[in-house]
Design a protein around this ligand. Sequence first.
Ligand SMILES: [Zn+2]
Ligand SMILES: [Zn+2]
Ligand SMILES: [Zn+2]
Ligand SMILES: [Zn+2]
Length: 215
Amino acid sequence: MAVPSMSLLFRQHLEQELEVEEEEEERQPGEAEQTCMACDAPLIYTEEVFKLVVEYPLFNGRETLHLDFQHDEGVYEGDFYYEPLFFEFSCWENATESLRKMLEDAPPVKHSTELFACSFCESSICDLEIYGAAYIGELHVSPRMPNGEPTDTFVTIAKPDYICLGCLLLLDGEEIDLWDEELNQVGECQECSHIRCWRYGDGRCPCPCHTEEEE
Ligand SMILES: [Zn+2]
Ligand SMILES: [Zn+2]
Ligand SMILES: [Zn+2]
Ligand SMILES: [Zn+2]
């Protein structure tokens, strides 16, 4: 299985610089480029915010690496990529509070090959399974000004919370909208994502989502 170029991933981790988007509205002093995904409010430099990115673990025989997920880097087929999303502190807290309520009576989905567990539902996250990593940190003005306009740099000092695919699907559309791109592991439906049917081998899951032709 092809693995993304380590130097590329390493560079992405180091830089964490965000692409500049063309904006029509003038930004006020202190406002970052990024807006809150939940309420659209402009984020403020140096206030605590959350950055949500899609990652996957790669166990290299000694340790678990947490790598940026990018479909077109060759780990999975397809060409979509989940852009990092940003949230105000309170908006992310509200969203994850609702998630915790939804999870109250839900038992975790465990597996013997777990590398680490979801911070919210305790379900297993296994090798190469996508998950969300929610980093708390601050946006700062980047010293780089490609268009003469300030750009954002995200700085974090803490380990992220890990959010399994099942929890990402619960979170999406309830309090907040996540990516336009569909969230799944191997093109399966949401029910299959929740039971992680791919863990049990190709052709073992009776769900029609694996055989139905795409429109
Ligand atoms: Zn907000
Ligand atoms: Zn979870
Ligand atoms: Zn299915
Ligand atoms: Zn399935």
